[in-house]
Design a protein around this ligand. Structure first.
Ligand SMILES: Nc1ncnc2c1ncn2[C@@H]1O[C@H](COP(=O)(O)OP(=O)(O)OP(=O)(O)O)[C@@H](O)[C@H]1O
Ligand SMILES: [Mg+2]
Length: 465
């Protein structure tokens, strides 16, 4: 049962993965070498060497499965790459170790309590690796014959001939099988596997013996050997799902479809207890193992005192993930109290953390990051434009400069240019204000805005009567 559910979860994941250019889409890892030393520019990561080195050590411990229930805080000024480093860690972990990220403010949703939201987040970052033996048929397609009923309606039937180097067998095909074969565009010469339980068909590649048959094959065509031995095999399949996914599937109110919509609501604690028990049984029987993943809470200063106390407690649970948090706050109020504390985090939680700090970028690093972003967005930029943008980045903020890339390239395209010039940069710089100029503007024209709270010295004070 567990394995079937796990397979279903995998399918949902395949459907919902979308790629687009986002703020961190240029980050493909932490850019470390084998000795965990950061290369200055690698995998989209630039500079920030100390923090990346530290993140690399944490990552290595996570990969070895040695630590769970530890917590790391990345602290530093805005725009110094805290979120970027966390994304790099996620990429470096690969798909087999769960990584789940939320922003602190997401915890305060109207649909569930704060602690429920945090519990779900924790369980989304704990993986369960389920091992399962399944029966498959693996062979090279010799011939596929599909008969359409003469009337045009009714079930299609067909026959599929598969072979290995030693044997050849003809299988009868039902309508469902025909549909999946058509969907996968299976043709003679393909090497395929059919999962006997689920009927799922996967194409492994084209047989080497057929390499010369077609010259119209794309360069991405993969060639494989014709399988040896029996057509029917037993194969060990490993699925990794998260505890949360098991919770949702087994929660009668939600059902499996809730994973599609993400609309899971609160999950009863009895369900969770049952799942914990079941997973413990699987572990004892050797059917499953726990993979502590990573929970990343960005903007962690948005959490309040109740959430922090929940975190203290949750980290001590025996199935806890590694918690990574990020904040750009200095010494400030802890939400929900009138006490101040470094990073707005209570001292007792801070005491359990390893703290990584990030620092502002040099001119060289800023320029390097900007040019990586240009590449990511497919924007060509002249050298002097790049220099101007770098200056802007140093004086205002890296984020503002990154934003200007997209705008400048649009302006450039409007004038039918192919390379962004200094003039394009100048133009967007005057069109869009950065934070400093915007506040200056507000100070100058504050009288014309609503709800203005700045007292105007030039006006005589009103006398209360
Ligand atoms: N070392 C780096 N290498 C490559 N890109 C980076 C690096 N540091 C930051 N960036 C990019 O710069 C932008 C701003 O960085 P990021 O969002 O990580 O800052 P932050 O520290 O999380 O800031 P905040 O405190 O405001 O959340 C992002 O687009 C990020 O991908
Ligand atoms: Mg951030």
């Amino acid at each position: 049962m567990a394995a079937a559910a796990a397979a279903k979860v995998q399918e949902v994941r395949d459907v919902t993965r979308i790629e687009r250019i986002g703020a961190h889409s240029h980050i493909r890892g932490l850019g470390l070498d084998d000795a965990l030393e950061p290369r200055n520019v690698s995998q989209g990561m630039v500079g920030q060497l100390g923090a990346r080195r530290a993140a690399g050590v944490v990552l290595e411990m996570i990969k070895e499965g040695k630590i769970a229930g530890r917590a790391v805080l990345i602290g530093g000024q805005p725009g110094t790459g805290k979120t970027a480093i966390a994304m790099g860690m996620a990429q470096a972990l690969g798909t087999d170790t769960p990584f789940y990220g939320i922003a602190g403010s997401e915890v305060f949703s109207l649909e569930m309590s704060k602690t429920e939201a945090l519990t779900q987040a924790f369980r989304k970052s704990i993986g369960v690796r389920i091992k399962e033996e399944s029966e498959i048929i693996e062979g090279e397609v010799v011939e596929m014959q599909i008969d359409r009923p003469a009337t045009g309606t009714g079930q299609k039937v067909g026959k599929l001939t598969l072979k290995t180097t030693e044997m050849e067998t003809i299988y009868d095909l039902g309508a469902k099988m025909i549909e999946s074969l058509t969907k996968e565009k299976v043709q003679a010469g393909d090497v395929i596997t059919i999962d006997k339980a689920s009927g799922k068909i996967s194409k492994l590649g084209r047989s080497f013996t057929r390499a010369k048959d077609y010259d119209a094959m794309g360069p991405q065509t993969k060639f494989v050997q014709c399988p040896e031995g029996e057509l029917q095999k037993r194969k060990e399949v490993v699925h990794t799902v998260t505890l949360h996914e098991i919770d949702v599937i087994n929660s009668r109110q939600q059902g499996f479809l809730a994973l599609f919509s993400g609309d899971t609501g609160e999950i009863k604690s009895e369900v969770r207890e049952q799942i914990n028990q079941k997973v413990a049984e699987w572990r004892e029987e050797g059917k499953a193992e726990i993979v502590p993943g990573v929970l990343f809470i960005d903007e962690v200063h948005m959490l309040d005192i109740e959430c922090f106390s929940y975190l203290n407690r949750a980290l001590e649970h025996d199935m806890a993930p590694v918690l990574i948090m990020a904040t750009n706050r200095g010494i400030t109020k802890i939400r929900g109290t009138s006490y101040t504390s470094p990073h707005g985090i209570p001292i007792d939680l801070l005491d359990r953390l390893l703290i990584i700090s990030t620092s502002p970028y040099t001119e060289r690093d800023t320029k390097q990051i900007l040019s990586i972003r240009c590449e990511e967005e497919d924007v060509e930029m002249s050298d002097d434009a790049m220099l101007a943008l770098m200056k802007i980045g140093m004086e205002t903020s890296l984020r503002y400069a990154i934003q200007l890339i997209t705008c400048a390239s649009l302006v450039c395209r409007k004038r039918k240019g192919t390379k962004v010039s200094v003039d394009d940069i100048k133009r967007v710089y005057s069109l869009f204000l950065d934070e400093t100029r915007s506040s200056q503007y507000l100070k100058e024209y504050h009288q014309e805005f609503m709800f203005n709270e700045i007292k105007d010295e030039s006006k005589p004070m009103e006398i209360a009567s």
